[in-house]
Design a protein around this ligand. Structure first.
Ligand SMILES: N[C@@H](CCC(=O)N[C@@H](CS)C(=O)NCC(=O)O)C(=O)O
Length: 237
């Protein structure tokens, strides 16, 4: 049984981290059994979440873990995809994980309204006194990372336009299809669902979330995926 080390659930979503939602989604899609556990970052092989423990070995990075699981258990979701579809899925996944991710960070960590909503959720990961001290330091570091990545250097209206362009891209590629690449889900849907639900479920009415909510096909997509793979899920007690 795989042990999935990850962050906490919040806002009715399996995890506060989109990468953790992605990996948990994939495990559910392929039916690989797992138990979830609160991550201890000191054990994280790449210093990030999620990571897994399997036969006493730790493995980090959601995508490396998925590739490992494909090698070990086969690849029922992607085996029949054309090279063009794999390329399309890869491009969307990279965009969401390397670009759209920073818009999620901007809304939660940098924007004041987002931070007011996110802070208590993030603080709850730590013992009470520790959280009050450590979390403001993590916020400073995260905002510095936003600048280092580049997004944090732009004006708010420029950031919004850049985020909207990512969302429009997913909406246009999805179109009326039930899943990103057609009638059946592929592993890429784990990422698409994870990042969209992370935007839509965060309880702040930001212009970025509003724009995403306006893309009806994306909203329906998230509901469809959730119904199929998370109907039996409930927040850990
Ligand atoms: N490429 C990694 C990214 C994981 C990632 O960035 N996780 C964030 C949480 S959303 C994290 O652990 N951040 C802590 C840090 O960067 O120090 C993956 O796919 O697993």
């Amino acid at each position: 049984m795989i042990i999935l080390h990850q962050g906490p659930a919040a806002w009715g979503v399996a995890n506060i981290s989109p990468y953790c939602v992605k990996l948990e989604s994939y495990l559910r899609m392929v039916g690989v059994p797992y138990t979830a556990r609160a991550a201890d970052f000191r054990k994280a092989p790449k210093g990030k979440i999620p990571f897994i423990e399997e036969d006493g070995k730790m493995l980090g990075d959601s995508q490396h873990i998925i590739e490992h699981l494909k090698r070990k258990h086969g690849d029922p979701l992607d085996a029949k995809l054309s090279a063009e579809d794999v390329a399309k899925g890869h491009a969307v996944r990279r965009m969401l994980e390397e670009s759209t991710y920073w818009h999620i960070i901007q809304v939660r960590w940098a924007d004041e309204e987002g931070w007011r909503a996110y802070r208590p959720t993030f603080e709850a990961i730590f013992p009470p006194v520790v959280g009050k001290v450590v979390v403001p330091m993590i916020r400073r570091k995260t905002v510095q990372r936003l600048r280092a990545q580049g997004l944090g250097r732009h004006r708010p209206e420029e950031i919004l336009e850049m985020g909207k362009a990512d969302i429009s891209t997913v909406a246009a590629l999805l179109g009326d299809k039930p899943y990103l690449l057609g009638d059946e889900p592929s592993s890429f849907d784990a990422t698409v669902y994870a990042f969209l639900v992370s935007i839509l479920a965060f309880p702040v009415d930001s212009p970025f979330r509003r724009y995403t909510q306006e893309q009806q096909n994306l909203v329906r997509y998230v509901q469809r995926f959730q119904q199929r793979y998370f109907a039996s899920w409930s927040p850990p007690a």
